[in-house]
Write a protein of this length. Sequence first.
Length: 78
Amino acid sequence: MATIRDVSKLSGVSVATVSRVLKRSGYVHREAEKKVLTAIQDLNYKPNMVARSLSNKKTKTITLIVPDITNPFFPEAA
């Protein structure tokens, strides 16, 4: 699995620049952005959602607590 560092090396820009492109925040030169996006495609880069949730403390998951999973009503509700 490709990392942000791999994208950085292949595109020839800093990790910070890759991060700015991914987050769409801050200024990034168009040429650098094109290099990063090309590297992302070439490496088939996908953000690591576990690492992302650890860094921003948001998992985007919902927990459902039910008293009895064997009751036919509760699995249907879930």
